[in-house]
Design a protein around this ligand. Structure first.
Ligand SMILES: [Zn+2]
Ligand SMILES: [Zn+2]
Length: 360
């Protein structure tokens, strides 16, 4: 690059040297702009955080006492002459694309995003820019999502048939985003929704933030097993196969993830049902989102970066592959662990998706 780029890729994260801030840095920095509260984007240890209002309570719950400034979508924050604003990414509640503008040049960092409106997160909004840094978790043509209404029809009829067969129903999705998306789309005429503590705590944080969610009952030692077995149990990936989960048996266990689109994923998770429900854009969604930015160049991070970059170059984009430490929050190969980390954790490389924490 002859001239220094407004946003650079450094070993700490995406950096704006003019504005002196990082976007989703994975090592401790003074000034961090955070796209969303998933563990591979929001690390502990920064001096100052900037995020969307709706990420506030979850960030405080996960990271403890941090110096946090929150803003609305579209609101402008100036840092050393650089204008920063956040736009909806449609990934999970509070998720944002970060728009950075300096002397008429605009960069947008997508963070994680999906283009389908899930009815829970603010819907994805294309933002015009010169340079776009896009995730591509599912940047392969085999990944084509069905509308979520179809998926929830399947989930609800599976639940209903479990009740008829006297089987408990356990549905698994990660605690920030997927869990609430499931919760809001369940047919509550079938029964009550029972939650694992981590999901309940995350939902409670969102409720404190003013997000209205369907009623849930947290599973405690006092819970009556037969009552819980008539409802649906909303559980995080870390609970799969644990004694906590087994005590509700016999049950049918469904797993919600984009990875359920590939053969073998369901078996690897030992799930009875795999529901293809992702909070990331599918192949078509990625291409359309990138196209809608009108960008001159696009930089691809986490996912099938090589394949996807090659494809975009073939169809006429100026695409570049970049290496970051962002993980894959719908990961199959991960070791999910649900407690917020006490120390900043740095993933050791690609494929280690969630910095040992809450995603999968
Ligand atoms: Zn994410
Ligand atoms: Zn991510």
């Amino acid at each position: 690059m002859p001239k220094k780029q407004l946003l650079e890729f450094t070993d700490k994260g995406i950096y704006c040297s003019v504005g002196k801030f990082y976007i989703d840095p994975w090592k401790p920095v003074d000034d961090a702009v955070i796209t969303h509260a998933h563990a591979d984007h929001a690390y502990l240890g920064h001096k100052h955080y900037l995020a969307h209002h709706h990420s506030r309570e979850v960030l405080l719950y996960r990271l403890g006492e941090i110096q946090l400034q929150t803003v609305a979508y579209g609101e402008k924050v100036m840092k050393n002459g650089v204008a920063i604003s956040l736009f909806p990414a449609g990934h999970v509640i509070g998720s944002a694309q970060i728009r950075v503008e300096y002397k008429g040049e605009v960069w947008v960092v997508s963070g994680d995003y999906k283009v389908e409106d899930d009815g829970v997160s603010a819907p994805f909004e294309p933002v015009r820019c010169n340079h776009f840094i896009s995730e591509c978790t599912f940047g392969m043509p085999v990944y084509q999502w069905k509308p979520q209404a179809d998926i929830f029809k399947d989930i609800n009829s599976w639940w209903r048939s479990n009740v008829e067969r006297n089987l408990a129903t356990v549905i698994v999705g990660y605690s920030l985003g997927k869990a609430q998306r499931i919760l809001q789309n369940l047919d509550l005429s079938i029964g009550k929704v029972y939650t694992h503590g981590v999901i309940e705590n995350t939902s409670e944080a969102l409720r404190r933030n003013g997000i209205v969610l369907n009623p849930t009952t947290s599973i405690t030692h006092e819970s009556v097993k037969e009552d819980v077995r008539k409802g649906i149990i909303l559980a995080p990936p870390s609970s799969v196969g644990t004694p906590w989960m087994r005590k509700f048996g016999p049950y049918s266990f469904g797993y919600c993830s984009g990875w359920m689109a590939i053969r073998g994923a369901k078996r690897r998770r030992a799930a009875d049902r795999g529901f293809v429900l992702s909070d990331h854009a599918d192949w078509t969604g990625l291409v359309s989102a990138i196209d809608a930015t009108g960008c001159e160049s696009v930089y691809l991070t986490h996912g099938y970066t090589a394949t996807f970059t090659r494809y975009l170059n073939e169809i006429g984009f100026d695409a570049h592959e970049v290496h970051t430490l962002y993980g894959d929050d719908e990961g199959i190969n991960t070791v999910p662990e649900e407690e917020p980390a006490l120390q900043p954790t740095v993933p050791k490389g690609e494929g280690l998706e969630e910095a040992g924490r809450d995603l999968s």
